[in-house]
Design a protein around this ligand. Structure first.
Ligand SMILES: NC(=O)c1ccc[n+]([C@@H]2O[C@H](COP(=O)([O-])OP(=O)(O)OC[C@H]3O[C@@H](n4cnc5c(N)ncnc54)[C@H](OP(=O)(O)O)[C@@H]3O)[C@@H](O)[C@H]2O)c1
Length: 392
């Protein structure tokens, strides 16, 4: 019988998934961690007292993943590598008939553009094979989708407006560093903004629209409108929606560095020749910047991520705010990872737990807001990400 989970990716988020999965070993029974660099898996195995199995895998190769799945025989695979590996891992799950979960939607390494199209295209094939794929099960996407589904289920007849508000008020003491994979982070932040209104996507220049939002337990912060992937599925699944936007906070130092790096071409993802060697500037920058994993011990402060939803209940206007606050140092004490990895890894484990327990089940490819939000909200409170609701 297929049992246990296979986690692919031993980076910042992978480390949290491993720690939290081990805390829930009664559910998972058997945990295997596989990644490109075996030494990172060995380190994690040591940290959790040898309670996991480990393997090396190149997740760009469907054949390698298929052989690993055949050996490990897991109930499901958690893709905690990079968005570039989404399709190869989904394909391997299809060929072997095991369930799939990820936290970020597919992106091609050569094009800084992410969308669900190619992953949603697996829906019919997953249905026929009788397996489930749960997409975007981190914090945003992930918990933000669950917050929207919870608002829709319990607080509204129709939601008209949603703002997703993502604040990281952590301070790592460096003039410039990214708190998760620098390549993925900088591609996302330097891209054009986009929001959805009255059935249409409206494009903005990068970080063109700014508002100040007063984040509970943090205070007022400049928040910039960006495109973020959960909006693509939420516009399909939230009833009556007229507008959805996503805002993220950035400090002045981060933005000044990023603009400067962009102006000199360091964010380019095409090859340039330097002294006869071909290099991709963004890869060079990634090699120079602090490894996000090294930020954990030095990051202080909190994150606050949530949604503000506005709409109608019983014919009356209503506006609510659902959010979670996570403390970087508390997250580090528990998992040796800062809050950005923590807030992503905990929901990924919760999604896997609910699937392993048969509470979330289905045939085909789903976004998390299509699931019942209640068991997920309960688990968030139990697993270290308690949430709050305010009527505004
Ligand atoms: N939804 C959310 O809220 C949210 C928030 C943050 C991040 N994320 C997503 O979470 C994922 C992990 O992020 P992270 O910060 O943990 O990144 P990370 O620290 O860079 O870790 C990525 C891990 O994947 C491994 N990997 C990369 N390519 C691989 C391949 N071809 N085969 C096998 N392993 C491979 C890396 O191996 P090496 O150690 O050899 O490099 C590394 O261990 C990303 O997809 C990111 O977009 C989601």
């Amino acid at each position: 019988m297929n049992e246990g989970i296979l986690i692919i990716g031993a980076g910042g988020v992978g480390r949290v998934v491993v720690h939290k999965a081990v805390q829930n070993i009664d559910t998972f029974k058997k945990i295997t961690l596989a990644s490109r660099t075996l030494s990172k898996c060995e380190q994690l195995k040591k940290e959790v007292g040898g309670k996991i199995d480990i393997a090396r895998v190149d997740a760009d190769s469907v054949d390698e993943i298929v052989s690993l799945i055949k050996k490990v025989k897991p109930f499901m695979v958690l893709n905690i590598a990079l968005p570039y590996q989404d399709l190869s891992i989904m394909e391997a799950c299809l060929r072997t008939g095991v369930h799939y979960l990820d936290t970020a939607n597919y992106e091609h390494p050569d094009t800084a553009k992410f969308e669900y199209k190619l992953q949603w295209a697996y829906d019919e094939k997953y249905k026929q094979k009788g397996i489930m794929g749960l997409l975007g099960c981190g914090f945003d996407p992930g918990v933000t989708n669950i917050f929207c589904a919870y608002a829709q289920k319990h607080y509204f007849d129709e939601i008209h407006y949603i703002d997703i508000l993502d604040c990281n008020a952590g301070d790592h003491g460096y003039p410039f560093a990214t708190n998760f994979n620098p390549e993925i982070n900088l591609r996302e932040v330097s891209a054009k903004g986009r929001y959805w209104e009255n059935g249409k996507w409206i494009e903005t220049e990068p970080l063109e629209i700014k508002q100040v939002w007063n984040y509970p337990e943090i205070g007022p912060k400049d928040s910039y409108l960006m495109y973020h992937e959960e909006m693509e599925s939420l516009v399909k699944h939230i009833k009556g929606l007229k507008r959805i936007r996503f805002f993220m906070t950035f400090g002045e130092s981060y933005l000044t560095h990023m603009r400067c790096l962009e102006n000199v071409g360091m964010l380019r993802i095409d090859e340039v020749e330097v002294d006869g060697c071909k290099v991709i500037p963004l890869h060079v920058l990634k090699a120079l910047l602090p490894d996000p994993a090294s930020l954990g011990p030095r990051t202080i402060g909190k994150t606050n991520i949530g949604i503000v939803a506005e709409g109608l209940k019983d014919g009356k206007k209503r506006k609510i705010y659902i959010y979670n606050v996570c403390d970087h140092q508390e997250a580090y004490k528990e998992t040796k990872a800062q809050a950005v990895s923590y807030t992503t890894g905990v929901p990924a484990m919760i999604g896997a737990k609910l699937m392993s327990e048969g509470i979330y089940k289905g045939k085909g490819v789903y976004n998390v807001e299509q699931m019942d939000p209640d068991p997920f909200m309960d688990e968030l409170n139990k697993q270290g990400l308690p949430w709050h609701i305010k009527e505004l």
